[in-house]
Design a protein around this ligand. Sequence first.
Ligand code: HEC
Length: 449
Amino acid sequence: MKNQLSYLLVFLFIGLSQAAEKVTFEKHIRPLMKEHCLNCHNPDKSKAGLDLSSYDATLKGGSSGEIVKAGAPDSSLLYMTIIHHEDAEAMPPKKPKIADKKIAIFREWILGGLVENEGGKSKLRKIEFDVAAGSAAKPSVIPMPKNLAEARNSKKVPVVQAMAVSPWAPLVAIGGHKEVLLYKQTESGQELLGALPFEHGVVYDLKFSKNGSILVASGGIEAKTGKVVLYDVLKGKKITEIADEQDVVLAADISADHQFVSIGTPLKMIKIFNVKTGKMLHRIKKHTDWVTAVSFSPKGDQFATGDRNGGIHIWEAKLGGIVLSLSDHKLKINDLAWRADGMMLASASEDGKFILWDMKDGWPAKVVDAHVKKSPFRYTRMTGILSLDWSRAGTLVTSGRDKTIRTWAVDGQKVGKPKESKTLPTAVRLSEDGQVIVGTFNGELKIMP
Ligand code: HEC
């Protein structure tokens, strides 16, 4: 009996130490390369300019550049080739896939940060956030509206598609049909204050300016008209209208100094306008599909745009020049948000992942399968992130098609348990004091405990 017990302990110990062992190039990857790849990818015969016989050569990549990205297997060409992804050449060629177990080892190695050997370091970037660097001065007048018009449609609440929460006031804006509904945020819920008219159709996107004094509503009528309307929040009045599109404006945002408005459209266009004159400054066709998200950086010198094909670009606002292109998402971008210090951009996609992009160089510092779930029903999608927002302290909230709302720490690690929503949580935003506000497909507005 005693003997059996010690055997059991030994097995347990081996099991545990194996689970904790880090996957390295020398110990795990090199033997797999030798078995399956080196025939064609060695220093003397390097198909596609690729030599996989050493760590350095593997990291260097082939004639089309790098083939591995630390932390991001799904966008690493090496991984895509071995899982026979449709966007890559299948490897090894003309043969069945290598065993799932072996594929899992490659995945683990990339996720773990491409460690070379026992004493080697992970190439994953540390994500840190200095709260002070992201703190902005509170405006002297808290922008809460007075004298709002009555909501025309207060009984029939719209699908919460566009939602914005003031960065400084207890104020929530919801996009409706021909109007924007404004709610006062209280500890227990929301109280309807009134509405701002939006004569051009359905509101697709809403943004408060960084100081909370201007609300930007964009939208229109499909295949007919698109507009952006700017409102003075304090006065509850329209300031100006911008753009004159033949289709809806899907997304728009305003720079921190209120000089520029940028818009995204179904015609794959980005346009930048001068707010004061209403003149279009730049008109850029770069996206390959509908532009579904637009977000200005905290300083306002740059903005990010995302499309229905998963593409993201970063632009310089004044000259309209491209700064970075970020292409690791495979499906539609539903939301984009900058961290308060402007050093990190978060993107939310229908592929279920959020990515934290280092804005120094556009590196995907963290890729997280945040809302990925197989649906038992053929026509129901449960994978996909619908919305995300940063807190001032650098934590993130996400809402997804799996009907959960999740919280993530500064480094992208899970915090606590996911919160369930009965109906699809189409929008999630954080209030100025950190409350999680959720808008749903049924037109409900909730505070998550
Ligand atoms: C029988 C020869 C052969 C074997 C074995 C082989 N490859 Fe290749 N590999 C090629 C050829 C040929 C190309 C160029 C394909 C092309 O661009 O048409 C290539 C290209 C690649 C590329 C670049 C693909 C691209 O789209 O640019 C990667 C990455 C790659 N191989 C990885 C691997 C890995 C990993 C293995 C082992 C699991 C492997 N290969 C095994 C012949 C081979």
